[in-house]
Design a protein around this ligand. Structure first.
Ligand code: FAD
Length: 287
C-alpha cells in the first residue's frame, strides 16, 4: 500500500527569537513561547516539522548562529555553534506578531542522567533570553487515504504526536503508545494544548508506559496492537533510537509494512550527543 503525502519546501530562514514566557507542563518538560519580529513568515504546517534551534555555547554563554544576509543564510565564522532539533508545537499570529511554542524535555536536570546544552538552557529559560531558530526546511501532510494512525512517542516526540492527532482527518482512528519516564510525566500528557483546548491525547486511545517499570515495554505494546489488516494503517514512531530498533524490525520485517506506511525516527540516542536523525536508526538494516 502506498500513501501519498503532500509536501513542500520552505525558503531557508534563520530567525532570532526572544523568550516571551515559559510554562512548566511537568517536572521535566517546559513549554517556551518565543516572539520577535523575525518570526514573521514562520510556517510549520506538517505534523512532524522540525526546526534547528541554536543555543548559546554553554562554555562562553555566546550565541553563534547563522543569520540572513540579503536573503541568504550566512553561517557564523567564529565561535562554537550549538544546535539541536525541536518540533514547533504551535505557531500563532497575535496582535503583537508571530509566536512560536517549543516544548523541551529537561533531561538530566533533576534525574541524575546526562544533561546537554539544550536541556540546561531550557531549565533556566527566562523572558528576554534569545536564540536562533532555523527552518523548518519542509512540511509534509498526513498521508492521504489512511483509516488508522498509530503513534509511538516518548516525551521528545510528544509535540509531534500531539500535532499528528490535531492534523488527522475526521474518521481516522488514532492509537497512541506513550513511552514515559515515570508517572510524573502524566502531567505532560494531560496538559492543555497551546490554544487552551484540552490535551489532544484526551481525544484518543492512549496507552501509557513507564520506563521506571522496566525495559522492553514499547516493543511488547506494539506487538500487542491489532494490526492484522494493516493495509490502511500508517505508523509513526519517534523517541530513543535504541528503544525503537526492535519496533521497526517488527513492523517492517515481521508484519511486512512498506517504507511508505512506517516511519521510525530516532530523535535521540542514549549516550550520544546531538544524534543526527538522518542517520539510519538501525545501521545493520538501513532503509
Ligand atoms: C526531528 C526531531 C524533533 C525533535 N523534537 C523535540 C521536541 O520537540 N522536544 C524535545 O524535548 N526534544 C526533541 N527532539 C530531541 C532533542 O533534539 C534531543 O533530545 C537533543 O539531544 C537534546 O539536546 P541536549 O543538548 O539537551 O542533549 P545532547 O547534548 O544532545 O545529549 C547529551 C546527553 O543527553 C542524552 N539525551 C539527549 N536527549 C535526552 C532525553 N530526551 N532524555 C534523556 N537523555 C537524553 C544523550 O543521550 C547524551 O548522553 C527532537 C529531535 C529530532 C531529531
Amino acid at each position: 500500500m502506498t500513501f501519498e503525502r503532500t509536501g513542500f519546501r520552505h525558503d531557508m530562514a534563520a530567525r532570532r527569537a526572544r523568550v516571551a514566557r515559559t510554562l512548566r507542563l511537568a517536572p521535566t518538560v517546559v513549554r517556551v513561547t518565543f516572539a520577535g519580529d523575525e518570526l514573521a513568515g514562520l510556517a510549520a504546517d506538517g505534523p512532524e516539522d522540525h526546526v534547528k534551534v541554536f543555543f548559546p555555547d554553554p562554555a562562553t554563554g555566546e550565541l553563534h548562529a547563522p543569520r540572513m544576509v540579503d536573503g541568504a543564510l550566512q553561517r557564523p565564522t567564529s565561535g562554537v555553534s550549538v544546535s539541536r532539533d525541536y518540533t514547533p508545537r504551535a505557531v500563532r499570529q497575535t496582535d503583537d506578531g508571530t509566536e512560536l511554542d517549543l516544548e523541551l524535555v529537561l533531561h538530566g536536570v533533576d534525574d541524575g542522567g546526562p544533561s546537554g546544552p539544550a536541556s540546561s538552557w531550557a531549565a533556566s529559560a527566562a523572558e528576554g533570553d534569545e536564540l536562533v531558530v532555523a527552518g523548518p526546511r519542509g512540511s509534509r501532510g498526513v498521508p492521504a487515504g489512511i483509516e488508522r494512525l498509530v503513534l509511538v512517542a516518548d516525551e521528545t516526540a510528544m509535540p509531534a504526536a500531539a500535532r499528528w492527532i490535531e492534523h488527522a482527518p475526521a474518521g481516522v482512528e488514532v492509537t497512541v503508545i506513550l513511552d514515559l519516564a515515570d508517572d510524573d510525566a502524566d502531567a505532560y500528557v494531560d496538559a492543555p494544548a497551546p490554544d487552551g483546548r484540552s490535551s489532544p491525547f484526551a481525544r484518543t486511545s492512549v496507552e501509557r508506559l513507564y520506563r521506571s517499570d522496566g525495559p522492553g515495554q514499547v516493543e511488547e505494546a506494539v506487538r500487542s496492537l491489532d494490526l492484522d489488516d494493516p493495509a490502511t494503517t500508517y505508523v509513526w514512531a519517534a523517541g530513543e533510537a535504541g528503544t525503537l530498533i526492535p519496533v521497526r524490525r517488527y513492523l517492517r520485517h515481521e508484519l511486512g509494512l512498506s517504507p511508505d506506511q512506517v516511519k521510525v525516527d530516532g530523535y535521540w540516542k542514549r549516550g550520544v550527543t546531538n544524534r543526527d536523525h538522518h542517520e539510519p536508526l538501525d545501521p545493520s538494516d538501513p532503509d
